[in-house]
Design a binder for this molecule. Structure first.
Ligand SMILES: C[S@@+](CC[C@H](N)C(=O)[O-])C[C@H]1O[C@@H](n2cnc3c(N)ncnc32)[C@H](O)[C@@H]1O
Length: 388
C-alpha cells in the first residue's frame, strides 16, 4: 500500500470514528430526553393519581355531608304569589304547600311551583282539616308566613287591632297543631309600634303567645342589606322550638350601606319602555303643584323619584294606583312609572316568573311579596340554625 493510500484509509477511519462519536452523543442526548420525558410523564401521572384520590376523597366528603343534610319541609301560610317560597326553595328547603285566600295569587303561585298550592281562607281551614283534606303525611319542620295583622276581626265588636282577633291567630293555630321545629314570621316594621284600642302593644301580645313553646328573636332588617335593589324594611320573627335548645341568633346584614345594589342595575333601557308608563303633562303638573303646596306647609309629598345609585324605595301593593312611591325621572317633563319587569326585578323575582291577573292584580302580588333574595338568605339562616 502506498503512503497516499494509507493516509486515505486513516482519514476515512477518523471520519467514521468522529461520526460514530457524534451519533453516540446524539443517542445519549435522545436517551436523556426520553428519560426526562418519562420522568416528567411519571411525575404527571403521579400528580393525576394524587388529584384523583383527592377528588375521590372530596366526593366522599360531599356525599357524607349530603347524607347528613336533613330535608326540611316547609308550609307557607298566606303565601301570596310565592316570593317567600321561591327564596326558601332556592336556599334548599322543601316546600310542601302554600295557602292563600286570593285566587289570582294562587294561580301565579302554582304557575311557578310544583307543590300544593291551595286557595282557601285560613280562618276556615283549621290545621287538622288541612292535614286530612290534603293528605299531608310529612312532618312539617318549618312554618313561614306573613299574617296580615291589621284590620281583621272575626267578631265585629272586639278590637280589630288585637292580634288575638286577627289572622295572626290562624298562624298560631298551625304552630300549635304541627309543632314545627321553627317558624319565620314576616311583617311590616310598623307591627313593632302598633297598639290595640286598649293601648297594649300588639307585639307584646304576639310574643306572649309565641314565647310559650319557641325561643324567639325579633329582627329588624332591610332587604337591601341582602342584595335586593330595594330598601324594604321588615320585621322578621324567628322562632325555634324550645326542646331543641337552640337560641336563635340575630340575623346579621350581609352588606354595608355602600355595597347595596343600586336600582340603576335593574332598569330597562329607555328605548325599551312602552309609552304607557310615562306620566301625562297633566299628571306631572299635578305633582309639581302638590309638591309646592306641601313644601309651603313644611311637609313632604308622596311622589318619590328614584336615586339611581341607591336601592329603590319600597314598592307597596298600592303601586298600581299611580306609581308615585318610586318614579323614574329623566327630566322635568319626562317621568315614568316602573314597568312590570322592573318591579319583578326590584323584588328579585326571576324575569321568567309567571304572574297571573291584570296589571293591578300583578302589581299588588309583587308589592305584597317577600323579596325572593331576602327570603333566600332567611332560608340559609334557618337551615344553619337548625343544623347546629
Ligand atoms: C303579605 S301577603 C304574603 C306575601 C307572600 N308571603 C309572598 O312572599 O309572596 C299576605 C297574603 O295574605 C293573604 N290573606 C289574607 N287573608 C287571608 C286569609 N283569610 N286566608 C288566607 N290568606 C289570606 C292575602 O291574599 C295575601 O296574599
Amino acid at each position: 500500500m502506498s503512503d497516499n493510500e494509507n493516509e486515505k484509509i486513516n482519514k476515512v477511519k477518523k471520519i467514521r470514528i468522529k461520526k460514530e462519536k457524534k451519533e453516540d452523543v446524539e443517542v445519549i442526548n435522545l436517551k436523556k430526553e426520553l428519560k426526562e420525558d418519562n420522568s416528567k410523564k411519571i411525575k404527571e401521572k403521579k400528580k393525576e393519581k394524587k388529584e384523583d384520590s383527592i377528588n375521590i376523597c372530596e366526593d366522599k366528603e360531599k356525599k357524607k355531608k349530603e347524607d347528613k343534610k336533613i330535608k326540611l319541609n316547609v308550609l307557607d301560610l298566606f303565601c301570596g304569589c310565592g316570593g317567600m317560597s321561591t327564596g326558601l326553595k332556592k336556599a334548599g328547603l322543601n316546600i310542601i304547600a302554600g295557602i292563600d285566600i286570593w285566587n289570582k295569587a294562587i294561580e301565579s303561585y302554582e304557575s311557578n311551583h310544583d307543590h300544593l298550592a291551595i286557595c282557601d281562607d285560613l280562618t276556615k281551614l283549621p290545621p287538622k282539616q288541612f292535614k286530612k283534606d290534603y293528605e299531608v303525611k310529612e312532618d312539617i319542620d318549618i312554618i313561614v308566613g306573613g299574617p296580615p295583622c291589621q284590620g281583621f276581626s272575626i267578631a265585629g265588636k272586639r278590637d280589630k287591632n288585637d292580634p288575638r282577633n286577627s289572622l295572626f291567630m290562624e298562624f298560631y293555630k298551625y304552630l300549635e297543631f304541627f309543632k314545627p321545629k321553627a317558624f319565620i314570621m314576616e311583617n311590616v316594621i310598623g307591627i313593632l309600634s302598633m297598639k290595640t284600642e286598649s293601648g297594649e302593644k300588639v307585639i307584646d301580645i304576639i310574643l306572649e303567645k309565641l314565647n310559650k313553646n319557641y325561643n324567639c328573636k325579633i329582627n329588624k332588617l332591610y332587604a337591601s342589606d341582602f342584595g335586593v335593589p330595594q330598601n324594604r324594611r321588615r320585621t322578621i320573627i324567628i322562632g325555634i322550638r324550645k326542646d331543641l335548645n337552640i337560641i336563635p341568633e340575630e340575623i346579621k346584614p350581609l352588606l354595608t350601606k355602600e355595597e347595596r345594589t343600586p336600582v340603576s342595575t335593574i332598569l330597562e333601557d329607555e328605548e325599551d319602555v312602552d309609552d304607557k308608563y310615562y306620566l301625562s303633562e297633566k299628571a306631572i303638573l299635578g305633582i309639581l303643584k302638590k309638591k309646592e303646596k306641601s313644601a309651603k306647609k313644611g311637609n313632604g309629598f308622596g311622589a318619590q323619584f328614584l336615586k339611581l345609585d341607591e336601592p329603590s324605595y319600597t314598592i307597596p301593593a298600592r303601586y298600581w294606583k299611580d306609581g308615585y312611591d318610586a318614579l323614574v325621572k329623566y327630566s322635568d317633563t319626562k317621568i315614568r312609572r316602573l314597568t312590570i319587569l322592573e318591579l319583578k326585578r326590584i323584588q328579585s323575582f326571576p324575569d321568567k316568573y309567571i304572574f297571573k291577573g291584570n296589571n293591578k292584580e300583578i302589581i299588588m302580588q309583587i308589592g305584597n311579596a317577600v323579596a325572593c333574595k331576602f327570603a333566600y338568605h332567611l332560608g340559609k339562616y334557618i337551615i344553619k340554625t337548625l343544623q347546629k
